[in-house]
Design a protein around this ligand. Structure first.
Ligand code: ATP
Length: 505
């Protein structure tokens, strides 16, 4: 095949001599194949890709229009020019209705044929460009992101452009806006996608263990280091190292990180040996990095070394209707997980979602939807099913009513027990109409008893969280949904409590 003739044309024409004439017209510019019957044409199209099909409408075995319809069912984009005689020009009109791109009336000369073929090819090229452009400007999904807002289209484009470079990416944005998702998307788009993506949340790791988590340690490097351990940097070799909440990193460790970013070398804790690793850096913070630099909590040199390509994740409240798209996707996911049958949100709920400021961003939306799905039944999520803060005024009324009602019946019920009801809605019984009511209150409320000593705030918090986990039969994600925090917050806190309660502390 002549490499210059990159376009392939199929001539479908039963007259061998006419087909040869057309072939002769075209072969100086195009690669040409001929099919002398409708059946051969359909078989050839199945086996080979053509840029243009020149289709005679009057064939002995199958009508040209039927061939056109059959080809269109399987391929919406292939370019087809029908050829008709003067007497059958009305067939050409039908052919255009069935998706032909142009028609030629026989007889025609070489120029006419070449101009028509080139025109349809140019048209196709333009429509491909428009299609690609529309696709890139109108994406409602990108990797694990859901959302088609302008703000997110900008993020998708930066990710695509920056992914192939080696430059460090610095992601900022409020908590829950998808910074980790962004880092994962960059890795997936990059040529490192087959190598590891290693994410480390600097806020979730006790400060004195952070260095060994990043760079690893040798056996005996510190008490408890009974074996040598590889750090995140080594595990990310060839791939991407994502350091989340980088603002939490102690200053002395920041200087070691700077050296690693600049030279690709580091020393595991307790080792004098220098290791060299090729990893791409992505870091993220929900603080303003320049303020951190100004206030001396973040090294300026490290900031400038890392802040090469900044990406700002927009807060959910600035993403317009993305919030509804994301909510629907969570609804479908949690429906499946919880074996529920919700299909939609009521229009009031949608309006409320669009008006709310979402301080916890997508994570908060996820928690709200999960909480609602877990605690209710029905087809449509309605206002009365939503947890705090959406049902706040309604909730207050309910609690006021319960207070007076219950207090008159049972003066021994303490305020703490009522608070308990408000904080942890406990088990919920569900009516068929989709509304829910709190069942009898059974949780122990001694934590709030006025005779109890005043305890440190962290301990109070620990008790509240542990009660929630207990009420959820040990299911931490579910307890987190009730408490409106992310499960990782609970895991993180558990780690801190364990440390606090160690005998040495
Ligand atoms: N556009 C989105 N579409 C679907 N899910 C999303 C989107 N953005 C975030 N999420 C989901 O929201 C949750 C929070 O996202 P992620 O952990 O990436 O946020 P973050 O900004 O890193 O939060 P933090 O600062 O608290 O670490 C995750 O479960 C993530 O999958």
């Amino acid at each position: 095949m002549d490499p210059k003739k990159s376009r392939h044309i199929l001539i479908v024409e039963d007259s061998a001599s006419t087909a040869q004439v057309y072939c002769h017209y075209l072969e100086s510019e195009f690669q040409v194949s001929i099919a002398h019957s409708g059946k051969i044409a359909l078989d050839t199209v199945k086996e080979c890709c053509f840029d243009v099909i020149l289709l005679d409408v009057q064939l002995p075995d199958i009508s040209g229009l039927d061939i056109l319809k059959t080809i269109r069912i399987n391929d919406k984009h292939i370019t087809i020019i029908v050829m008709t005689a003067h007497s059958t020009v009305d067939i050409a009109v039908d052919a255009m209705r069935f998706g032909a791109n142009d028609f030629l009336t026989k007889p025609f000369d070489r120029n006419r044929l070449i101009v028509t073929v080139n025109n349809v090819l140019k048209e196709r090229q333009l429509s491909n460009i428009v299609h690609e452009y529309e696709k890139s400007c109108n994406r409602k999904q990108f990797h694990k992101f859901i959302g088609g807002s302008l703000a997110m289209q900008t993020v998708y484009r930066i990710i695509e452009s920056a992914a192939s470079s080696q430059a460090t990416i610095f992601i900022t944005g409020e908590s829950g806006t998808g910074k980790e998702l962004c880092a994962e998307a960059i890795h997936q788009e990059s040529n490192r996608s087959t190598k590891p993506f290693v994410a480390l949340n600097c806020a979730a790791i006790p400060r004195d263990l952070l260095e060994s988590e990043i760079f690893g340690h040798v056996k005996g490097a510190f008490t408890g280091a009974v074996t040598a351990r590889e750090g995140a940097a080594s595990r990310a070799a060839g791939g991407t190292l994502f350091l989340d909440e980088i603002g939490e990193m102690p200053l002395d460790l920041q200087s070691k990180l700077l050296r690693f970013v600049q030279s690709g070398t580091f020393q595991p804790v307790g080792s004098s040996r220098e290791l060299s690793v090729d990893a791409r850096f992505i870091c993220a913070t929900n603080r303003d990095p320049l303020t951190e630099v100004r206030e001396g909590r973040f090294r300026e040199d490290l900031y400038y070394r890392l802040h090469v390509i900044p990406i700002k994740m927009p807060p959910l409240r600035e993403r317009g209707k993305d919030c509804l798209l994301i909510a629907k996707s969570f609804l479908d996911q949690y429906n499946k997980e919880e074996k529920k049958s919700f299909v939609t949100f009521s229009s009031e709920v949608e309006t409320l979602f669009l008006e709310y400021s979402w301080p916890g961003n997508v994570r908060e939306l996820s928690n709200i939807v999960r909480n609602t799905v877990v605690l209710n039944e029905g087809k449509s999520i309605t206002l009365n099913m939503l947890p705090s803060p959406f049902n706040k005024s309604e909730n207050f009324k309910k609690i006021e009513f319960q207070n007076t009602d219950t207090l008159s019946k049972n003066s021994e019920l303490t305020l703490s027990e009522e608070l308990d009801k408000e904080i942890l809605p406990a088990k919920v019984s569900t009516h068929d109409n989709g509304t829910n009511t709190n069942s009898s209150h059974t949780a122990s409320s001694d934590n709030h008893n006025a005779t109890q000593p005043i305890r440190p705030l962290w301990l109070e918090e620990k008790l509240v969280i542990e009660r929630a986990i207990e009420k959820c039969d040990g299911n931490i994600p579910r307890a987190a949904a009730f408490l409106e925090v992310s499960p990782s917050t609970i895991y993180r806190k558990k780690q801190h409590w364990d440390k606090k309660l160690l005998p040495n502390d």
